[in-house]
Ligand binder design. Sequence first.
Ligand code: NAD
Ligand code: TYD
Length: 349
Amino acid sequence: MKNIIITGGAGFIGSHLVRLMVNKYPEYRIINLDTLTYAGNLANLKDIEDKPNYVFEKADICDFEAVNTLFTHYRPDGVIHLAAESHVDRSIKDPFAFARTNVLGTLNLLQAAKLAWEGKMAGKVFYHVSTDEVYGSLEAGGGFFSEETKYDPHSPYSASKASSDHFVRAYHDTYGLPVKISNCSNNYGSYQFPEKLIPLFINNIRHNKPLPVYGKGENVRDWLFVEDHAGAIDLIFHQGKVGDTYNIGGFNEWKNIDLIRVLIRVTDRLLGRPEGSSEKLITYVTDRAGHDLRYAIDSSKLHKELGWSPSLQFEEGIEKTVKWYLENQEWLDQVTSGVYRDYYQKMYE
Ligand code: NAD
Ligand code: TYD
C-alpha cells in the first residue's frame, strides 16, 4: 500500500481531494494531516471517515517535531500540501499567522520530506497546491496569467503563498526534491467556509442579511468548480512533470457584481422567492485594502500536456452549489455558530 499524506484535508478543497483519492485509489492509504483550525471541519469527510484506506492525524505543520514524527512513521510515497491560511481579509488583519503557516509550515514539510526521502527520491512526489494570486493583478481585458508570469503578490496572503512556492522550487533546485506546483484560480462548491464570497452570500440571502459588496463590485475573478480542481490535482500528481508548474483555471471570468446577481437569481428561485427580489440586500461597503482588480488564468499548458478540461459549465456548477448549501443548512448553521469546532476539538484532545 502506498502512503500519501494530504495536508489540510479537513478544509474546503482538501476534503474534496481526500474524498476523491480515498474512493478512487483503494491501494493508497490517505493520511489527512490537519490541525483543525477554524477552517478545518471533519464533518466535511463524514461519508469516507470509516473507509479502511483513510487515516486522520491531527497535527500542526508549524510544529516540525510533530511533522517529522509523522513522516518517519508513515514514510510517505507522496505528499499533497494544501494546509494553509487561505482568506485574504484575515491576512490583512493578521499577516503573521499567514507567514507562520504558509511559509514556515511549508518549509517544515519540505524539510521532513527531504529527511525521509534522502537517497531515495525516485518515484516520490511533493505536490504543493498554490494560487493564481501570486501573480498579482491584471488590468481589465489585459491578458491572462501563464506559468511564466512574474510573481507580483499584493496581499499578505498572496505574499505568503508566493514565498512558499519559492521555497518549494528551492528544495527542488538545491536538494533535488521531486516537487510539483499548481496555481489555481478561485474555487467554488460545497463545504467552503462561509467567509468566502459565494457561501457567505448564499447564507446571507437565506437569512435576508446584507450582502457586503467591496468597492463597486467591479473586481474580476476566474471561478472553477472545486471538484474540477481536485480532478486536476489528481492528474498532475500522477502525470505531471517533476519540477514543473501548472496553472489551473476554467476560463470563466466574472465581475463580482454580475456573479452576485446570478447568485441572487438562483438562490431566490430555489427558495421560492420572486427572482431578483434579494437584490435589495446588496450593500456597497468600503473596498478591501490592496484589492486586486482582476485574476484570469491561462490553463492551456495543462490542457495541451495532460488533456485536462473542466467538466462543468458555470451555470450548472452554481446551481449545484446553491442547492447544496440550501439542502445542508445544518452544516452551515454548525459552521457559522462554531458548534463543529467544540465537537471535533474535544474528540481529538
Ligand atoms: P481552507 O481554509 O478551507 O482549509 C485549510 C485547511 O488547512 C483547514 O482544514 C485547516 O484546518 C488546515 N490548516 C490550516 N493551518 C494548518 C496548520 N498549521 N497545520 C495543519 N493544518 C492546517 O482552504 P482551501 O480554500 O481549501 O485552500 C486549500 C489550499 O488551496 C490552500 O493552500 C490555498 O492557498 C489553495 N488555493 C485555494 C483556492 C480557493 O479558491 N479556495 C484557490 C487556489 C488555491
Ligand atoms: P473571496 O471569496 O474572499 O476570494 P479572493 O479574495 O481570494 O478572490 O472574494 C472573492 C471576491 O469577492 C473578491 O474580489 C472580494 C469580493 N468580496 C466581496 O465583495 N464581499 C465579501 O464579503 C467577500 C468575502 C468578498
